[in-house]
Design a protein around this ligand. Structure first.
Ligand SMILES: NC(=O)c1ccc[n+]([C@@H]2O[C@H](COP(=O)([O-])OP(=O)(O)OC[C@H]3O[C@@H](n4cnc5c(N)ncnc54)[C@H](O)[C@@H]3O)[C@@H](O)[C@H]2O)c1
Ligand SMILES: N[C@@H](CCC=O)C(=O)O
Length: 515
């Protein structure tokens, strides 16, 4: 019997034993750095001369791994292998495919600290954030397995005398998974596991920033018994193979998570029907955010400051859900700002592969330079209230940064920065707060800190975001509890980790028989 879904508990690093175990895992992974990793096509490991070099963003000199790079020829081979594998993979029952995910979850759970240690080194995640990333990956495996078992039963329909109607789901065919680097295990795991458990083979092109941890997932699924060709691992340069994967006439779906710029490009290209293409491609595109926390005048101000600071600076603001705008009622603006600065002063910044800090580096030089530019823009658009320091001598470190008195239309209030920068703005009343909260092109997450029930009720319907939170921060959705996905230019609102997610990768079929 499959037990009900329960999310994977987080590790308490205040417990000395957990800290010691994690240090052991970090040392183990450090002993494995710098290795070569292959492509995996039809179960075959292919090493190429041309490599992606993945480095530790907290220590630029440290090479995490050298990962083979796929060409267009490899994409064709991977698609052939996926098409071949589809013939048998689709015949596995929902329970058999779900069992495979449950086995994979058990393997990752046994090696949890090891996976989190790879995330610390490959993505620069602080320990708690890395632990949360691994736990979320396990959750996706457990949750989608259970959802597939449910969907495998089909849906009830009405029958009439001498007529039986059946409603069931079937897989679509091979598709492409293109994840980002910021949840380098969880998002890769969820976006791969869902189409696979639904019966579709996958071509996985991981982010060029974090390909090693993605390879680890491929190994786990192989160990769990995934037949060859069902998951093909084809890291590469997106400029070389990105469009080719999306345009391919055999690509049935593109499961993308990343920036608005790449997502809209994929959405547009996938709409074009290629010569010989016999179906319309489905695009799941989960994109960026410009997420707001509203603080009402009737609010717990300690809670408000804590929610803003942790949502803005957790993982250095490199979450699509991160709070980058705090919209505060004028009566409590100064108090919330002051409390937020006091909390921010206590945050530690450093290299998480050496010590358990609150904030690590940002992912690469490009992001570091971009965030630095936005800090300069912020100085012209508002007043630097705290932080602003940067240092890329050893790794890509940016200190938590707060701007105050920023106008709602300022660039740092409108454009996704994807770094530890938050802008504060004041509003006269709740109407104005909602107006400012909704005035971006994004609609991903948001939070309202208020004890006014009437205002919370209004926000429920008028604050236009896919994930809205009351009296807490706007990050850290949990699989099965807060399915995730946004409106507007934040994407197709796929609600990852929710009860409707697998249907993106299934065709619903009706068979009506007359007796
Ligand atoms: N909404 C969500 O659920 C969610 C979750 C995580 C991250 N994000 C967003 O992701 C972004 C950060 O991730 P990123 O920097 O990796 O994003 P990105 O758009 O630069 O890259 C995402 C993926 O797309 C690939 N890619 C780039 N160009 C491509 C092309 N032309 N064709 C096909 N693939 C291409 C990349 O190699 C990578 O694998 C932020 O905007 C963040 O908000 C959104
Ligand atoms: N699901 C994550 C965000 C994923 C994007 O980066 C959260 O809810 O914080």
């Amino acid at each position: 019997m499959v037990l009900p879904f329960k999310h994977e508990p987080f590790t308490d690093f205040k417990d000395e034993r957990n800290r010691q175990e994690f240090e052991v895992a970090l040392e183990q992974v450090k002993g494995e750095l710098g290795k070569d990793y292959p492509l995996v096509i039809n179960g075959e490991k292919i090493f190429t001369d041309d490599k992606l070099i993945s480095i530790n963003p907290g220590n630029k000199e440290q090479v995490i791994g050298k990962v083979s790079k796929a060409t267009k020829g490899h994409v064709d081979q991977a698609m052939d292998s996926a098409n071949h594998a589809f013939k048998t993979w689709k015949t596995w029952t929902a329970e058999e495919r779900a069992d495979l995910l449950f086995r994979a979850a058990a393997i990752v759970r046994r090696r949890k600290h090891e996976f989190s240690a790879w995330l610390v080194l490959d993505a620069g995640k602080p320990w708690d954030q890395a632990d949360g990333d691994t736990a979320e990956g396990i959750d996706f495996l457990e949750y989608y397995g259970r959802q597939m078992i449910e969907l495998g039963k089909g849906k009830p329909l009405a029958d009439r005398p001498n007529e039986h109607n059946a409603y069931f789901y079937q897989p679509m065919g091979p598709g492409v998974v293109i994840p980002p680097w910021n949840f380098a295990f969880a998002i890769v795991c969820g976006t791969v596991a869902a189409p696979i458990v639904a019966g579709n083979p996958v071509l996985l092109k991981p982010s060029e920033n974090t390909p090693v941890i993605a390879y680890k997932l491929v190994e786990v699924l192989e160990e769990a018994g995934l037949p060859k060709g069902v998951l093909n691992f084809i890291p590469g340069d997106p400029a070389e193979i990105g469009d080719y994967l999306v345009d391919h006439k055999e690509t049935h779906f593109i499961n993308f998570t990343g920036s608005r710029q790449t997502g809209t490009r994929i959405y547009e290209r996938a709409a074009k029907v290629q010569d010989g293409q016999q179906f319309l491609k489905r695009v799941i595109a989960e994109m960026g955010g410009k997420d707001t926390i509203i603080v009402d005048k009737d609010a717990d101000l300690e809670l408000a400051a804590d929610a803003i600071v942790n949502s803005a600076f957790g993982f250095s603001g490199q979450k699509c859900s991160a709070c980058s705008r705090a919209v505060i009622h004028q009566d409590v603006y100064d108090a919330v700002l002051e409390k937020s600065i006091e909390l921010t002063k206590k945050l530690t910044v450093g290299n998480p592969s050496e010590e358990n800090v609150y904030m690590g580096p940002v992912v690469n030089q490009k992001q570091f330079d971009k965030i630095k530019d936005y800090i300069e823009i912020g100085k012209a658009e508002g007043e630097l209230a705290y932080g602003g320091g940067t240092d890329d001598s050893q790794g890509f470190f940016i200190h938590p940064t707060i701007f105050k008195d920023v106008g709602p239309k300022a660039r740092i209030m409108q454009e996704e920065i994807f770094g530890p920068v938050v802008a504060f703005t004041r509003a006269a009343d709740f109407d104005e707060m909602l107006e400012i909260a909704n005035n971006t092109e994004y609609g991903l997450t948001g939070a309202v800190i208020s004890n006014n029930r009437e205002h919370l009720n209004r926000a429920r319907y008028e604050f236009h975001v896919g994930n809205l939170y009351f009296n807490r921060g706007c990050t850290a959705a949990i699989v099965g509890y807060q399915p995730f996905g946004g409106f507007k230019m934040s994407g197709t609102d796929s609600k990852a980790g929710g009860p409707d997610y697998l249907q993106h990768f299934l065709e619903a079929k009706i068979v009506s028989e007359t007796f």
